[in-house]
Design a protein around this ligand. Structure first.
Ligand code: UD1
Ligand code: CA
Length: 463
């Protein structure tokens, strides 16, 4: 067990987000802010992780109820960042080692940087070490005030003098603290500032007064400590995170024709030599194999795609699987539970839900296939519909290997079309078709010779 205790502050309202959802649950490239911070923190192998919640606490607790490696304390009311950390006292007082304080709204921090902070803190033997950054535009951040080169205190934007506002070195809001006597010092923070809040950064001045050593650790890439306070910042950070993801994929051998319009969530995997065309969305836990082609306008969510698969334009695929060599689209809709076998073809305006299409089978045009098991080498003609719903319950359609379903057939489930059987075009199939048989379920055509000519004759107006 390490001697590190992580505390994540996530109680603030996030006023500028103007949201019902707590700020830390907003997603960036498919992953909530808090998930990202937890992932970064996890790399330190901390012995405990404590999250301070307040605004929207119920939703946060609900979301992480299955994680037994994190604990929560509720801060109510929210009186500032110093007050927030003080709430962890019942859990952390008496601990030795280091408390690492993170903000739930700073999602781009790398674990390497956190490691550097821990190392710097240890080397300095400091009571507190502040992770700082140098920014061209430091507006809004707490400024690092130094005297004789050493950090003296931190002033918030609102409390800063015009001269202090010129300081470019800012407080990232991320710190390492010696656990020892931390809570005594926190209790000494007062609310004497423009916001009337208990500011955690005031700890720096308190420690300096007590002659306890305070250090700083400068992050080399300030982008990492970008916080999210508004929807604009959410979009900006999301764009940067996606760009990083695209660069990782390209470095691993994926062609991305236009990274600016390719939206890939952080957990998505894509194999080498796959080509992703513009305006493609790959979301959630999607996995795409090697040498695939995903054409423009497609959206793939939580789905598994094999190797050498072609997804043509404007296909929407959710919670589905597509095996090696299959072709899907354009304009195909694979809904949850759709499973497309190897080398199968799904064409335009074909929708599958909770249905398997066996290897080498084809449903090339305008079909609805729901609650169905379709075997290998089946041909599903244009306009075929499985009537899976009787108004009360769903029923299953089974089409065995090698069967041929003529165009514009309706298969009224529950029904089975046996191996190698044929269904005549335009049939309403209401009873099983045995293997090898032809099922015809429609009125027989009758031709009336001369009927049309006679009709024209009789409708001629008399002169
Ligand atoms: C804070 C720092 C500022 C720093 C900046 C970096 C203070 C007073 N200022 O400012 O020096 O430059 O972060 O991003 O700390 N929170 C609580 N309870 C509260 C208040 C806040 O849990 O009572 C949480 C928020 O949910 C958020 C984090 O603490 O996750 C930071 O709070 P926020 O209000 O965003 O602080 P900043 O104004 O950004
Ligand atoms: Ca903030």
């Amino acid at each position: 067990m390490s001697d590190i205790h992580v505390v994540i502050l996530a109680a603030g309202k996030g006023t500028r987000m103007k949201s019902e959802l707590p700020k830390v649950l907003h997603p960036v490239a498919g992953k909530a802010l808090l998930d990202r911070v937890l992932e970064t923190a996890g790399a330190l192998k901390p012995s405990t992780i404590t999250i301070v919640v307040g605004h929207g606490a119920d939703l946060v607790l609900q979301r992480y109820r299955n994680r037994n490696d994190v604990r929560f304390v509720v801060q109510e009311p929210q009186l500032g960042t110093g007050h927030a950390l003080l709430q962890t006292e019942p859990l952390l007082r008496g601990q030795s080692g280091t408390v690492i304080l993170l903000s739930g709204d700073v999602p781009m921090l790398r674990s390497k940087t956190l490691g550097d902070l821990v190392a710097a803190h240890g080397e300095a033997g400091a009571a507190a070490t502040v992770l700082t950054a140098r920014l061209e535009r430091p507006y809004g951040y707490g400024r690092i005030v130094r005297s004789h080169g050493r950090i003296a205190r931190i002033v918030e934007e609102r409390d800063a003098t015009p001269a202090q506002r010129e300081i470019r070195e800012i407080n990232s809001g991320i710190y390492a603290f010696a656990a020892e006597r931390l809570f005594d010092a926190l209790a000494a923070i007062g609310p004497e500032n423009a916001q009337g809040e208990y500011y955690l950064p005031d700890l720096v001045a308190i420690y300096r007064r007590q002659k306890r050593p305070v250090a700083t650790c400068l992050v080399s890439d300030p982008v990492e400590i970008r916080g999210i306070n508004s929807r604009t910042e959410l979009a900006e950070v999301s764009r940067m995170v996606r760009q990083q993801k695209n660069e990782e994929l390209m470095a691993a051998g994926v062609t991305i024709v236009d990274p600016a319009t390719t939206y890939v969530d952080s957990n998505v995997e894509v194999g080498a030599d796959t080509v992703i065309h513009p305006c493609v969305f790959l979301e959630g836990t999607t996995r795409i194999g090697a040498a695939c082609e995903v054409h423009a306008g497609s959206r793939i969510v939580n789905s598994t795609i094999g190797d050498r698969v072609v997804i043509r334009n404007y296909s929407v695929i959710t919670d589905a699987t597509v095996e090696n060599g299959a072709r899907v689209g354009p304009f195909a809709h694979l809904r949850p539970g759709a499973a497309i076998g190897a080398d199968a073809h799904v064409g335009n305006f074909v929708e599958l839900k909770k249905a398997t299409l066996g290897p080498g089978s084809k449903a090339n045009h305008l079909a609805y296939i729901g609650d169905a098991k379709i075997g290998a080498r089946v041909n599903v003609g244009a306009g075929t519909i499985t009537c899976n719903y009787d108004g009360v319950a769903k029923h299953e359609t089974v089409i065995e290997d090698g069967a041929f379903i003529g165009s514009n057939s309706t298969l009224v489930a529950p029904v089975t079309v046996g191996q190698g059987a044929y269904v005549a075009a335009g049939s309403a199939v209401t009873t099983d078709v045995p293997a090898g048989a032809l099922g015809i379920g429609r009125g027989r055509q009758e031709n009336k010779p001369g009927w049309a000519d006679k009709r024209r004759e009789s409708s001629k107006t008399p002169t």
